[in-house]
Each structure stands twice: as C-alpha cells, then as structure tokens.
Design a protein around this ligand. Structure first.
Ligand code: PLP
Length: 385
C-alpha cells in the first residue's frame, strides 16, 4: 500500500527499499507489521543515540512545549550552548548553524572565499578529492569529484579542482596562486569508507600552512564520535581551519554546523550568509543532548572498542573491514553485489548500508553493545553464506 502511494506521490529520486518503519527503540527498528530489525545504518550515520533515547526524547518534547523556532534575529539559548560545547571541544573558535551537510559545506566554501576577498587576495579555488562526497547543492556537487553526481546538472559553479586522495603530488599539481582551500573527508564515507593516510594528511596540512591555504575538514559523516573521537581530525594530529558537521549532531533532528577559527569566522558579518532554520530551538535542544551524551566519560573509548570488536567479527565471517570506530566499510568481490546483500539482510531483519566501490557500510548507533553486534553478525553471516 505505502509502496504504491509512495511511488504515486513522491518524486522518484531515491531507490527505496519496500519497507516502512513505524517505531524504534535502542538499536532496533519495527516496521508497520511489527517485524523487528537490528539497525547498523542509523539513518546513514545520523542516529547517534539510536531510537527513543530517553534524554533526547525528553529534551525534544520539553523544547516543543516551549518554543520550536523564532529566528536568528534573536539570541537562541540552546544554540549558544551547543556552540560553546563545540568550541570547547574542538580547535575552532566560532560556530555557524544550518540544517544539513550540504549547507554546512556550502557555507564553508563561501566563508573561505569571503575570507580571501576581505584580505584582498584573489584566491577562490577549492581543491577536493576524487571519490569524495560533499553534498547535492550545485557548489557541493561540483566539490564532489564524481561524474555520476554531476551529470546533467551543468553548468556547475567554477572554482573547484580535484586531486587524488593519499597522493600529495596530485595536490601540488592542482595548486596555484588562486587556491583558497582544500576540503577533505578524512574517511571518505559515500565513496566506500576509504581512510586518508595519516602521513598524507600531515603533508597536506603542512603544505596548506606553508602556502596560506585554508584546511577544511568535512566531518559531516565522521564527526560527533563516529570514529571514536569527537572529530576525526583528532586522529591525525592536525588543527583544521574550518570543520563542517551535520548528520550525527542532531541525533535525528536536522542540523548542520560550521566551526571556524576566529580570524576566518569574522568574514561572515551581518548580511553575508544566513539560514532561516539554522540552529533553531528544536535542533539545538537535540544537539545539546547528543553532545552531552557523547562527551560523557568513557563514551568515546567505548565507540573505539566496539568498532574494533565489530571489525574482528566482520573478519571472522570472511569480510575485509576498513575504517575507524563505528564507521566501517567492507569492500566485496565483484561477484557479490553489496546492494543484493543489503536487500537480503533487510529481509532477515538487519539494516545495513552500501557505499561506493561495492562496499557494505556499517555505521550503527554509537550506543550499540557487543551483544547487539553479535546479533547483527549472526544475521549477516547467514545472508552472506
Ligand atoms: C561527508 C559528507 N558531506 C556532506 C554530505 C551531505 O550531507 P546532507 O545529505 O546532509 O546534505 C554527506 C552526506 O552523505 C557526507 O557524507
């Protein structure tokens, strides 16, 4: 019923599974027939605290009884509180809020350009990496160096150049006097859960510092504890100039954010950029709880530990995991299609994702337990066999 109606009334830009969920509890989802699923996808790395997490549900309900939204014409208390937590726990100084990952990256691109405009330097080009993913707006599609996302949407904005991940020479070739910034996912998510090498990131960072190029890290998928640190950049011994966030920050409530160093942030003066909904009461009341929980003593260590456990279990069933914390991908041989395995797993009550390069993707709620991981692996083993 919902399949026919959905196909009738919704624009068909998603390849949807014929399933509709009605409720969730912890790491479990229930469809409208009451069938139970264990969720290793978390709304694609969004539902940090799983479903119906008491403190989050309560904060959202309490906030709804007071104010959902006013406008950024006014100071919004939970927005300021979330900004404070982000600044105190990152290398950045100031925060801008929006509603999604694409918007966060769009804002970061604008901020980088405006910074150099203010400095009266003719720098506007952003270097991004083949296989990356930065969003679906025109600028972020152009930043996404993958033809399949760009085809048919030309003309796309100018001012982007591409380099190869883990290849510093390719970055050097892409650089010129107009380069404003590099923008990188430290683990490419959509591209197939492909980690950047530490040495490469350090070299890239040093190169940027030498040349006065801004270092933007797209932490839309890797941020908020996903990799076992609050931000993935912490694994690399670097301090980005700009960090973009979304997905896990709101635990399921739409929110995006840009954290920037003071000197750069000050280029966004009144009138330069904005968002009606960005950082509203509802979204930031949720984000505040997510951050408080993720920053509780031991939480991030647990993510790291559970990530190692999941990797070990995936190896035991013959898969070849890569990634960090609870952001793990398993590339499959050509004869096994990741999308077929994900569909079969769903039939068996396991929600998993896929990513580029025929990869299975595991980005469960960060609250998952080892016992729940075992349960998911048992289903996966059956499906793969
Ligand atoms: C690294 C990265 N950047 C940006 C985006 C775009 O985020 P959104 O879909 O919220 O616009 C995504 C989404 O998958 C992402 O993984």
């Amino acid at each position: 019923m919902f399949v026919e109606e959905g196909n009738k009334y919704l624009i068909g830009n998603y390849a949807r599974y014929p399933v509709s969920f009605e409720k969730g509890e912890g790491v479990y989802l229930y469809d409208e027939k009451g069938k139970k699923y264990i969720d290793m996808l978390a709304g694609i790395a969004v539902n940090t605290l799983g479903y119906n997490y008491p403190a989050l549900t309560e904060a959202i309900c309490d906030q709804a009884k007071k104010i959902l939204h006013v406008s950024n014409l006014f100071y919004i208390k939970p927005q300021i509180e979330v900004a404070k937590i982000l600044v105190e726990n990152s290398c950045g100084d100031k925060v801008f809020f929006c509603n999604s990952g694409a918007e966060a990256n769009e804002a970061a691109i604008k901020l980088a350009r405006r910074y150099f405009y203010d400095k009266k330097e003719n720098r506007f080009t952003i270097i991004t990496f083949e296989g990356g993913f930065h969003g679906r707006t025109l600028a972020t599609v152009k930043a996404t160096a993958q033809p399949k996302y760009q085809e048919g949407f030309e003309p796309l904005p100018e001012g982007f150049k591409y380099a190869n991940l883990n290849d510093i020479e390719s970055v050097k070739s892409a650089l010129d006097e107009n380069t404003a910034a590099v923008m990188i996912e430290l683990i490419q998510g959509e591209g197939g859960v492909i980690p950047a090498e530490k040495e490469f990131v350090k070299e890239l960072y040093t190169l940027c510092k030498e040349k006065g190029i801004l270092f933007i890290v797209d932490e839309v998928q890797t941020g908020i504890g996903r990799t076992g640190k609050l931000f993935a950049y912490e694994h690399f011994g670097i301090e980005p100039d700009i960090i973009t966030l979304a997905k896990g920050l709101g635990g399921g409530v739409p929110i995006g954010a840009v954290i920037a160093k003071e000197e750069i942030a000050k280029s966004f003066i009144p009138g330069t950029h904005g968002s009606t909904f960005g950082g509203n009461y509802l979204a930031t009341a949720a984000a505040k709880v997510v951050l408080q929980e993720v920053l509780k003593e031991g939480f991030l260590e647990e993510v790291e530990k559970k990530g190692e456990y999941l990797k070990k279990k995936l190896k035991e069933i013959g898969l070849n995991p890569r990634g960090k914390g609870l952001m793990i991908g398993c590339p499959l041989p050509e004869e096994k299609k990741a999308s077929d395995i994900a569909s079969k797993a769903l039939e068996e009550g396991l929600v998993i994702g896929t990513a580029g390069g025929n990869t299975l993707r595991f980005v469960p709620p960060l609250i998952i337990t080892e016992k729940e991981i075992d349960e998911a692996i048992d289903i996966l083993k059956k499906v793969i066999d």
